[in-house]
Design a binder for this molecule. Sequence first.
Ligand SMILES: Nc1ncnc2c1ncn2[C@@H]1O[C@H](COP(=O)(O)OP(=O)(O)OP(=O)(O)O)[C@@H](O)[C@H]1O
Length: 417
Amino acid sequence: MAEGSKFSGFIIGGGGGGNIVGNGFYDMGFYRKLDEGSNMSMDSVGSLQTSTCGGSVAMSLENSSVGSNNSRSGILRHNGLRLFPGANFSVGHSVLRPGRVSHAMNEDALAQTLMDPRYSTESLENYDEWTIDLRKLNMGVAFAQGAFGKLYRGTYDGEDVAIKLLEKPENDPERAQLMEQQFGQEVMMLANLKHPNIVRFIGACRKPMVWCIVTEYAKGGSVRQFLMRRQNRSVALKLAVKQALDIAKGMEYVHGLGFIHRDLKSDNLLIFADKSIKIADFGVARIEVKTEGMTPETGTYRWMAPEMIQHRPYNQKVDVYSFGIVLWELITGMLPFPNMTAVQAAFAVVNKGVRPVIPQDCLPALGEIMTRCWDANPDVRPSFSEIIRMLQSAQEEIMNTVRKARFRCCIQPMVID
Ligand SMILES: Nc1ncnc2c1ncn2[C@@H]1O[C@H](COP(=O)(O)OP(=O)(O)OP(=O)(O)O)[C@@H](O)[C@H]1O
């Protein structure tokens, strides 16, 4: 791997975990902590090293406790906030996002700072019409921790919403700039994306020390949380294909506008009450640069295309690769590369061409979609329009099989007197 040494220095995320609190929508359960605790690095020829002391890269690996969204505590106004202690965390924080946000302010203070009328609301520049009216916002409990910010439940003008709060780091201008860039990026993307399979943007607010992004709230949480609550049992094939189609349709729209998501993974796919899926987290999405490709890496290793891991130029096809991994997750119900750390998975994908194992009983048409999506050569990967066609034909095949089976059951043996 020519550019393997560039692995050096990236913090993947922090540890931590939380208890699961059921939201009453899907089963409750406890999630096993994956314990990806060793430090690793890849040297310039791409070999994987574990390290316990200086010299090698210190990567704090993916944190892995996942809970579900909490709905037991009521929605609270900013006075006298009560926050739920067991916030949940996603399986893999994205590379190059600021590590786990360590808040200088505690959760109450952070939320109160947002709501405090003494701190003036700043301009969202070109997106001022999206500035929320804080009088209509009721802050609820914290329910998830991303690499970039903390998620709270709440209501806006009576509607259930998710509120992402980002605390501006006071003594770290570099980090503040990165977070500011991601905040601006996410607002810009969300304001421009309107599709049934993209999470709906409600608005944002910028104060001197805290920024917030408000979106519609997904009652079912993320696909990863959902699969974990099911203890990695897959869902019914028909539903899995329907959900894969939702994602592909959302992504076809995103690509049609010339954007790349760059962090498509089951943590960023939200399940709504009708079981439909919407794509979220556009904090690292970018406009595709056609001429020379794009080099800054982002995303999360388990779902990341090899060219992105290797810092080679890349295009929209990195999202197709990630989609192939997500499709495998939907079909199998499992975490990709479950017996490897994220860094080991990245190494195996790049240097050994390893991919998730397609189960023997998988519908061949679906297996073919996965294999094409995660091809090492981005040009061989299909577009999302093609993926939609392939999934629709797989859906037809599944329906026909079900119809035939039902028909066979219904035929009564003829009685001849
Ligand atoms: N609208 C929503 N409704 C319900 N849950 C949500 C919503 N938005 C985000 N979440 C949950 O919060 C988690 C973190 O959110 P998000 O990905 O936006 O944060 P982030 O800081 O950008 O994190 P990361 O870099 O880890 O992806 C998601 O994985 C998902 O489980």
